[in-house]
Ligand binder design. Sequence first.
Ligand SMILES: Nc1nc2c(ncn2[C@@H]2O[C@H](COP(=O)(O)OP(=O)(O)O)[C@@H](O)[C@H]2O)c(=O)[nH]1
Ligand SMILES: [Mg+2]
Length: 246
Amino acid sequence: MSDPKRSLRLGVAGPVGTGKSSLIATICRAMSEELSIGVITNDIYTDEDARFLRSAGVLPAERIRAVETGACPHTAIRDDVTTNLLAVEDLEADFAPLDLVLVESGGDNLTATFSPALVDAQIFVLDVAGGGDVARKGGPGIARADLLVINKIDLAPHVDVDVDLMVADATAAREGGPVLALSRKQQHTIDELSAWVRSMVALHRAGSHTPQDPGPMAPHFHADEDGDGGFFHTHDEEPDAVPHRH
Ligand SMILES: Nc1nc2c(ncn2[C@@H]2O[C@H](COP(=O)(O)OP(=O)(O)O)[C@@H](O)[C@H]2O)c(=O)[nH]1
Ligand SMILES: [Mg+2]
């Protein structure tokens, strides 16, 4: 059970470019009058996401903090959550009482999920531009995040995606778990997102929400910065599953 005396810590995961930072900006814009909010971003080498959010002006700049994760951003959100936990606790102490801390993952693939040691609940974000098949192909985040968002539905007609079908496929892959079609240009979808966040905050405060682990990451590839190589590794918990080069 999560600790109802502190903020709800809500992770936002998903592939690069699907709209995680924008979704966080949307939640801040829609809810900062009813909830006291802080944000932590995870970037590999930069604080680009934090700078984007600060410049969007959706929260006072000092409520948005960047954790630079080094080579593998997934480590920070799953395997060794120490730096993120300290950043969350600092925010909670500096702006007590916070209702909600949003944690954006860095990461570059479809399977990164947060550890329940860091977040109480998580949203996994896909967008329609990734194609209608993505939701069906699955992965732990898609199947078992607390909420799956299918984002940028305003673009669906331009990329030949049937949003209703993509939502139906995702709902089946999630065995009925919640799926939300979102566009920052469609207010009724923003209202639905706000309602979901509000209900999670209420569950957390009542002490009746239990954080779930969506499951370990699949092995994945990291490109070198110069683009001519990289390495493949896993985050499995088994002792023999050490990172390895190919
Ligand atoms: N058309 C459209 N574009 C969006 C929407 N949300 C985000 N974007 C755009 O998608 C791109 C990536 O968004 P960003 O939030 O930086 O993605 P992140 O890498 O997942 O954090 C940006 O150019 C955004 O302006 C949306 O609802 N509709
Ligand atoms: Mg971002």
